[in-house]
Design a protein around this ligand. Structure first.
Ligand code: ATP
Ligand code: MG
Length: 429
């Protein structure tokens, strides 16, 4: 038998997981600063939650969901995105009743979409996202955008651009929709099957089509921004003002529409402009959803959020040739020459680790030379070799691998000696 990871999924092995952990650490730190505590919702939800909230004209609902019946004949779906579950939980736990609004939440975890596998597109991927529910202050739109931008800058990305648009409110969308239908209808047979069915159901999504992207009618399509009413235009202006205050530059793209149906007003994407990046350049997508909470059974509570995958963030880093600053130093390797020494080695390793000194030893009964080689490969800062003499003298030479310096230290003093050395090293850095 010859098993492989399922198509569109990947094993993350040591060497790579450190990068993930580093990115997650940066994200957690920023969530702490911006005050977006973590929420963890189930990986599957009832299917109806997604068909209702994500919108039944989206790619996600039409062709990408992993839907199954459980043994109780309930239809469940592996979450394809994070917002629906978070909003469900917001309503279920009546967070709208809490005194301090908006409720700010963040999530990080696997999402599942049955998609064609290609660079930057997986069937299981990890999304980080935030939601701020219970405010329609344009300043929170800017805050959410700035948090996303900050993540990319903290991990070291430089070739990143923010694209924003306003999708207006319901009135705006209705007028614009009519203009779109008039624009595309005479030539709709030149468009893909999906677009043909979008024309009646949700013509806005034609603008987001990946197949007909270069059709000349796309460039001349009526722009949402030309249809904004006063309220929507003011809102958009305010968001832009706040972005200016935050020193965040942006591009307005009147054809930017988001994949999900529930967005209104602010829509944004953050793209990689790095030459090394493939055809999929969107790192992060987000926007405002003012009707979603009601749709899911709560009171009117306007929200805004974004989702970004860690996979694409790491791809962008690679495209820019940037390395994360990862610290994973092995402090000590203990070489043991015989069984008695091994007993001491195990005891010492435990006392080192208890004091924060990372320690490795041999578990395959190798000769001293092989153990030394191992210490070398693992780039240990220090090595000690325990044998008969060391046990008799109750002391051992601590060898600093980089310099070759050695110092004899009594066993009882080892932990303190190493702790001090480590501190000194950190201060030097
Ligand atoms: P795309 O246009 O790339 O299909 P989308 O509109 O489907 O994106 P969203 O639903 O807005 O994407 O998801 C937000 C973010 O999640 C994307 O910007 C991207 O970072 C990430 N993402 C979406 N689908 C995948 C996937 N299949 N694999 C990896 N990351 C993904
Ligand atoms: Mg998609």
């Amino acid at each position: 038998m010859n098993f492989k990871v399922p198509r569109g999924t990947q094993d993350l092995l040591p060497g790579v997981t450190e990068k993930w952990q580093k990115v997650e650490e940066i994200i957690r730190e920023l969530c702490h600063l911006y005050r977006y505590p973590e929420i963890r919702t189930p990986i599957f939800e009832s299917t109806e939650l997604y068909t209702r909230s994500v919108g039944d004209t989206t790619d996600i609902v039409q062709k990408e969901m992993y839907t199954f019946k459980d043994r109780g004949d309930r239809s469940l779906t592996l979450r394809p995105e994070g917002t629906a579950g978070v909003v469900r939980s917001y309503v279920e736990h009546k967070m709208f009743g809490q005194p301090d609004q908006p409720i700010k939440l963040s999530y990080l975890g696997p999402m599942f979409r049955y998609e064609r596998q290609q660079a930057g597109r997986y069937r299981q991927f990890v999304q980080f996202g935030v939601e701020a529910i219970g405010s329609k202050d344009p300043a929170i739109d800017a805050e959410v955008i700035s948090l996303a931008m900050n993540i990319y800058s903290k991990v070291g990305l430089q070739d990143v651009k923010l694209v924003i648009n306003s999708l207006g409110d319901q009135e705006v969308r209705a007028n614009h929709r009519e203009a779109l239908v008039n624009h595309f209808k005479p030539h709709i047979d030149e468009f893909c099957q999906d677009c043909q069915s979008r024309l009646e159901k949700n013509p806005l999504r034609i603008l987001d089509c990946k197949v007909d992207h270069d059709h000349p009618l796309m460039a001349t399509a009526p722009a949402l921004t030309d249809y904004l009413n006063e309220e929507s235009a003011n809102y958009f202006d305010k968001v832009k003002q706040y972005l200016d205050v935050l020193g965040i530059s942006y591009e307005v793209d009147p054809n930017l529409v988001r994949g999900l149906d529930y967005y209104n007003h602010t829509a944004f994407e953050i793209m990689s402009t790095s030459k090394g990046f493939g055809s999929i350049t969107t790192l992060c997508g987000g926007g405002r959803y003012n009707g979603l909470v009601e749709e899911i059974g709560g009171p009117e509570s306007p929200g805004i959020g974004f989702g970004m995958s860690i996979e694409r963030l790491l791809l962008a880093l690679e495209a820019e040739g940037k390395e994360l600053n990862i610290e994973d130093q092995l402090d000590m390797y203990i070489v043991a020459m015989d069984e008695d020494a091994k007993l001491k080695a195990v005891e010492l390793a435990s006392s080192f680790r208890a004091k924060g000194i990372s320690t490795e030893l041999d578990y395959t009964d190798r000769k001293m030379k092989a153990q030394m080689k191992s210490a070398d490969r693992k780039q240990a800062t220090w090595v000690i070799v325990l044998g008969e003499t060391e046990l008799a003298e109750q002391q051992v030479a601590v060898k600093h691998m980089a310099t070759g310096d050695q110092e004899k230290v009594p066993f009882f003093d080892l932990v303190e000696y190493l702790t001090k050395q480590k501190q000194k090293q950190m201060e030097e850095k």
